[in-house]
Design a protein. Sequence first.
Length: 209
Amino acid sequence: MPHFRRAAHLPPTSTRQRIGLFGGSFDPPHSGHMHVAETALKRLDLDQVWWFPARGNPLKNAPREFNARLAAVQIMLEPNRAMQVSDIEAHAGLTYTIDLVRLMHAHCPHAHLVWLMGSDSLQNFHEWKDWQALVKLIPIAVIARPGSTQATRSSHFAQVFRKARLPRRAAKLLPGHDAPAWTYLNAPLNPASSTDLRKKRKHLRYDRT
């Protein structure tokens, strides 16, 4: 059985780094998630990307047990010093993104933070708890994902906050920018999907019975 280093709860309180916050069920984590994180790391000139596996998602079916997903993210990130994973959502009993962002602002007030999300999340972003308050709390980088590139124009989020959108050429200004502010990053699309991987895992399980 592999030995995992203990998951770090949060970055240092005194940090002034440019940090991308990347939350999700990660059930399972895959190359599409890594593509989002690596694109943001490079295009936003970040020092680190912190991954936050969620305890659950009120808008989706219950994911696998938290520690299994945490361990899977740890395995995927292990070689990359610019990527860290935190168990703070389970540790602090958090459920909603806005509570995580508030905690991060309070814990490391000097950090230049930005929220990272794939464009597929824009379709129901307006259903997130206090979503407009969240947009006004932290700048957001949206990274292109297959099958959802039109969501930038049609999503309720994009329409309500169209005047807060920064052009791609100004993306490096986003971390720590006064909110509301967001940008959309085109990138070569990675087709990996947690939904497809779960389906394959289910079929394999049935094939072995």
